[in-house]
Design a protein around this ligand. Sequence first.
Ligand SMILES: Nc1ncnc2c1ncn2[C@@H]1O[C@H](COP(=O)(O)OP(=O)(O)OP(=O)(O)O)[C@@H](O)[C@H]1O
Ligand SMILES: [Mg+2]
Length: 370
Amino acid sequence: MIKKNEADDAVKVEGVGKYFGSQPDLVKALDHVSVNIKRNEFFTLLGPSGCGKTTLLRLIAGFESPSFGQILLDDKDITHLPPYKRSVNTVFQNYALFPHLTVAQNISFGLEMLNKPKDEIEQTVNEMLALVHMEELKDRRTDQISGGQQQRVALARALAPKPDVLLLDEPLSALDYKLRRGMQIELKRLQLETGITFIFVTHDQEEALTMSDRIAVMSNGHILQVGSPDEIYYKPTKRFVADFIGESNFVEANISSLDKKKKQATIQFEGSKKKFTVGMPANKFADKTAMVFIRPEHTQLKASSQGAAMTGRLTDRIFFGTDTNYHLMLDNGETFIVRSQNTIHSNFNPAIGDRLGIFLEEDALQILED
Ligand SMILES: Nc1ncnc2c1ncn2[C@@H]1O[C@H](COP(=O)(O)OP(=O)(O)OP(=O)(O)O)[C@@H](O)[C@H]1O
Ligand SMILES: [Mg+2]
């Protein structure tokens, strides 16, 4: 369990690569990935299918060895240690429970393999049953319980040996929406109560944002950005991250001046006199125009276009209950989305085809790396 006064990092992944096969069919499942996962952290690997999430988990668990690089657990090199010698447990996507065993037997199985004393096993199983609220079903076979209940047994089984690190590979993907939301809260509670470091894999951005202390966004065998949910959402450093998480607008703007020292550009959108100063990544200094990233909810729509950053024609409005998305066609033919919170007393009710002004604050604008 948690050891005090040791390094803050539970897991360090240092320059790790995992290549499968050989040329010309070489697959670089992971390529020079480095990341530190802190003790007691709820850390999420987020990315599209095939980006290397499961491969990274399997390397940390020890089911695979890396092609190069090192993995440290508690500052000890475990790169070539077999799985059973690592204080790491995994919850697999399909749970992999023993169907002919009861709930309690599934939870005690791993402890028996570790030759724990009988009374200790019994005590731990009872603790785990209470932790996942499964006391009443402890004698039921696991092929006779629901999907959500199986999920809880799989978690209890993986938590029972009290590993330092728990790896969870898309553990909620088989559950329906409501059960999934319930389990998200449950998982977070379990992590807080046990103090175990969780490394959680998902391709669902909402799940990642709501559950994690920090998120690593992955693409194509690389980690593109690591940060807290709000850093990832508000300050994406790369276009892929901004696109993958939440809704985003990308609008082309003219660069009227550039301050290389301050790494700032002054920009203007087509058809508007308004100027904005925005941070500029150094590798974009030679560009004549900039792709500007703007979240739909950081913009405002008004009937008048006077003083607006841009103007557009309303092409669609989509009602979400709490909010409405207004789709506009800009003068350059691109689509721009404004998301606006609905209020009871609003008298702003534009019609399709209306010409509207898009207003925004300077800090709503960002120029990202590709
Ligand atoms: N044993 C293997 N041999 C060859 N290629 C593999 C092997 N395992 C994984 N890959 C490839 O490595 C890449 C990363 O796979 P991985 O399973 O890590 O993706 P993932 O992010 O977990 O995707 P998903 O969300 O679909 O589970 C993929 O292109 C995959 O086809
Ligand atoms: Mg996977």
